[in-house]
Design a protein around this ligand. Structure first.
Ligand code: NAD
Length: 491
């Protein structure tokens, strides 16, 4: 028997929200969206087209002068009103998130609160975005720095955490006084649709946030559109390269939040029980489809075997199954194509010398057969030059590799093209700071597994994981341009 399918009546229908117009059908490709838990169609509708992007940019440009001029306290109040709505809607958002990408109920129920936190944090900044004065060199002068929004920001988000990514960008960009054109991703469109519906409901002026649901053609039209002042892209490195090539034509600034292959460094002096539990989170969080998941476990050799045994024992308690069930920790992966790609990576990981501790490349049958379900796979003894050590899998797969010294652990952790997250497990305070300070990653957590990633801290990547930061004051500055004004005070 297959798992239950989502109730289509609960899914939002606002494919386009442009200015004050809400439209159920766009003028682009027909989308038959699939629920990854059963591979049944949730809804069919026509998405937006590049011509809809033109309309959305026009609406955003029209709204911009008034939004820029609105005083910070009023922008703050709107953002707080939206936060309250997101919180109140949390339970209704959960089935939407589950339907769009197979998120599990255990985390889907939290996403409204997470979005609310971001709008509260950034709303709190909206009336405090001061400039500064500069004591200049030379003659009597008054010099000051002002911060200016870009105008219209184009926002492109991925399918794996659409509302998480959208709120991470919209909250700072709006606080800074920008208007928005956002693309809801074709593989998981519903939560961004609902978010923009709530933004309208909260009373934001029409045109401040515009939505075009669509695929690559809509994204590409946003990047090349002369009316968009900045692109914020969250997605894969492959797409980022295309976006940068296109943006080069118009010299458009692009913020990039890309993939990762984050290392978890477990030293012999760590709290092993805790480090093993947290080690599994890389496979569990977003069913292994999270950009910042710790998916490479580097373990000091003296505790290597007991740690691997602990992982195996704990993995036996992780429930893979129906995303709607409250006990489920790992749901389906997004698509059949993704499942086949992950299977290939597991197989090649084994061929490269990886030892299967649990799981494997075979998809789950029985109740799971209709959806895209894989078991939690732990591969031990994974060589540092293998694909599964170096490349983002984006599925519930952990690679475990031993190390002999702190230096080797650091070299292994930094030994991929990515630089998004790193997790250090040790009870030695000096080692914790010493190692953290050498991680070439934008986010380092000591004895943590993601809980420190709150709206008040900057988040982003180094190396191929991107550049620019979302979160904290850095996230707001990301959506402001700097103007310096020098005034001659000589009589
Ligand atoms: P993707 O790059 O395939 O797609 C991302 C978005 O770009 C989608 O909305 C897609 O429609 C759009 N797009 C595709 N081609 C385009 C083009 N030519 N021009 C403009 N837009 C285009 O990525 P994905 O598979 O949706 O997402 C998974 C990736 O996102 C993973 O690598 C993951 O690590 C990364 N990610 C990063 C973060 C972060 O904050 N660093 C967060 C979530 C996901």
């Amino acid at each position: 028997m297959a798992f239950q399918a989502p109730n289509a009546d609960l899914l939002p229908r606002s494919t386009l929200i442009i200015g004050d117009s809400v439209e159920e059908q766009g003028s682009g490709d027909l989308l038959a969206h699939l629920y990854p838990g059963t591979n049944e169609v949730t809804r069919e509708f026509r998405m937006g087209a590049p011509s809809d992007v033109d309309r959305a940019v026009e609406a955003a440009q029209a709204a911009f002068p008034a939004w820029r001029a609105m005083t910070g306290d009023k922008r703050r109040n709107l953002m707080f009103a939206l936060a309250a709505l997101l919180e109140a809607e949390s339970m209704n958002l959960a089935p939407i998130l589950i339907a769009e990408n197979g998120s599990v109920a255990m985390t889907a129920g939290y996403m409204g609160f997470d979005g609310a936190n971001k709008f509260r944090y950034c709303g709190g900044w909206a009336d405090k975005l001061e400039g500064r004065t500069v004591p200049t060199w030379g003659g009597p002068a008054h010099d000051y720095v002002q911060y200016e929004p870009y105008g219209v920001v184009g926002v492109i988000v991925p399918w794996n955490g659409p509302i998480f990514a959208a709120t991470m960008v919209l909250a700072p960009a709006l606080a800074a006084g920008n208007c928005i054109v956002i693309k809801a991703p074709d593989l998981a469109p519903y939560s961004v649709m609902r978010l923009v519906e709530l933004i309208r409901q909260a009373g934001f002026p029409p045109g401040v946030v515009n939505l075009v649901t669509g695929g690559a053609d809509v994204g590409a039209a946003m990047v090349s559109h002369p009316g968009i002042g900045k692109i914020e892209f969250i997605g894969s490195g492959t797409t980022a390269k295309k976006i940068l090539a296109s943006a080069a034509e118009s010299l458009k600034p692009v913020g990039l939040e890309l993939g990762g292959k984050s290392a978890v460094l477990v030293f012999a002096d760590a709290n092993l029980q805790d480090a093993a539990k947290r080690g599994l989170s890389g496979a569990v969080s977003a069913s292994g489809q999270g950009c910042v998941n710790g998916t490479r476990l580097l373990v000091e050799r003296s505790i290597y075997e007991p740690y691997v045994e602990m992982l195996k024992a704990m993995a036996g308690h992780i429930v893979v199954g129906d995303p709607f069930a409250k006990e489920t920790m790992i749901g389906p992966v997004i698509s059949e194509a993704s499942l086949a790609r992950i299977q290939g990576m597991i197989q090649r990981g084994v061929e490269a010398g990886g030892r299967v501790v649990c799981g494997g490349a075979e998809r789950l049958g029985g109740d799971h057969a209709g959806g895209n379900f894989l078991p939690l796979t732990v591969l031990a003894d994974v060589p540092a030059d293998s694909e599964v050590f170096r490349t983002e899998v984006f599925g519930p797969v952990l690679a475990v590799t031993p190390f002999d010294s702190e230096e080797e652990a650091i070299a292994l952790a930094n030994g991929t093209d990515y630089g998004l997250g790193a997790y250090v497990h040790t009870q030695n305070l000096a080692r914790a700071h010493r190692v953290a300070g050498q991680m070439m990653a934008g986010m380092v957590q000591v004895n943590g597994s993601g809980e420190g990633m709150t709206p008040c801290v900057p988040f982003g990547g180094m190396k191929h994981s991107g550049h620019g930061r979302l979160g904290g004051i850095e996230g707001i500055r990301e959506f402001q341009q700097v103007r310096n004004v020098w005034v001659n005070l000589q009589g």
